[in-house]
Design a protein around this ligand. Structure first.
Ligand code: 15L
Length: 277
């Protein structure tokens, strides 16, 4: 059985797809959780947990929720590509509220970032954690901003943070791209455990993917956390073969479908964006 953190853990976005997985997984380990979401929590409450419905835009509510917590697992906010005005409140102002709460409580933050913060890197590029941000939309842009907010709060206020660039966390891969990007639910929960319990994380980046041999991603801070994925998309390879789109933009870039949304650049499929390569 995993260790239990000394202080309660705040989970935002607890009613969302990944928040529910994390609440269930950590609740089963006997962790004391404070769950919050703008939507009602749809599952039976794990023993030792309480749920408070709240909006990330409400800074005072976030300060209250974080009181006494040592860790904030921040899964809240808009989790798909949406117009700028819809992303702005939850993902930018809301994240500021989370970091202010962490600063006051001297809590650590796990920020559920996304591969869409780097989505316009080509699939044949192997990326390390210090690669360029190349967001593929307003959602990805908010994730890049969120990672930078974490760096600022670490350097300025000593707020530790783990920025998980989640690939595709679903029960199983659903297309060929996910043979590279899939993160199993069990690997996600174990990552939350290690991000919480590791002695020191500073401000770091983790590629949120299982041990997929077709990965696009290389170096990150997993050794510092003591996390290694146990699952892999590889056994799904035969099932996913040929599950691709006929859109050359979508198939060229790591961000997949998001790169092709509202894509208006003309002159063919662009290269690596810098230097015409
Ligand atoms: C994400 O960031 C989304 O939250 C998720 O719904 C998927 O679209 C995933 O990325 C992905 O890239 O597969």
């Amino acid at each position: 059985m995993a260790d239990i953190p000394e202080k309660p853990v705040l989970v935002t976005g607890a009613a969302g797809a990944l928040g529910r997985v994390v609440a269930r997984g950590l609740g089963a380990l006997g962790w004391k959780l404070v769950l919050t979401d703008i939507a009602a929590f749809p599952d039976p409450l794990p023993a030792g947990s309480r749920f408070v419905r709240a909006d990330l835009n409400d800074g005072v509510a976030m300060l209250r929720l974080a009181e006494g917590c040592g860790m904030i697992l921040h899964f809240g906010g808009v989790s798909v590509e949406r117009p700028f005005e819809e992303v702005l409140g939850p993902n930018i102002r809301g994240l500021y509220h989370i970091y202010e709460a962490a600063r006051r409580e001297r809590a650590r933050v796990l920020f559920a970032s996304s591969n869409h913060s780097i989505g316009f890197h080509a699939r044949d590029e192997a990326l390390d954690d210090d690669c360029q941000f190349l967001p593929d939309g307003y959602y990805g842009l908010s994730k890049a901003y969120g990672e930078l907010m974490g760096r600022m709060y670490w350097f300025k206020h000593g707020v530790e943070n783990v920025n998980v660039r989640i690939g595709s966390s679903f029960p199983a891969p659903v297309d060929a791209r996910m043979l590279s990007t899939w993160l199993s639910y069990d690997d996600l929960v174990r990552l939350c455990v290690r991000a919480t319990l590791a002695a020191r994380v500073e401000s770091c980046v983790i590629w949120g993917a299982s041990a997929n041999s077709r990965t696009y991603w290389r170096r990150d801070a997993r050794d510092t956390l003591g996390w290694a994925p146990a699952d892999s998309a590889d056994p799904y390879a035969a099932q996913m073969a040929g599950k691709v789109t006929d859109n050359p933009v979508v198939e060229r870039y790591q961000g997949g479908a998001y790169t092709g949304m509202d894509f208006t650049r003309t002159g063919g499929v662009p290269g690596r964006m810098f230097g015409g390569r």
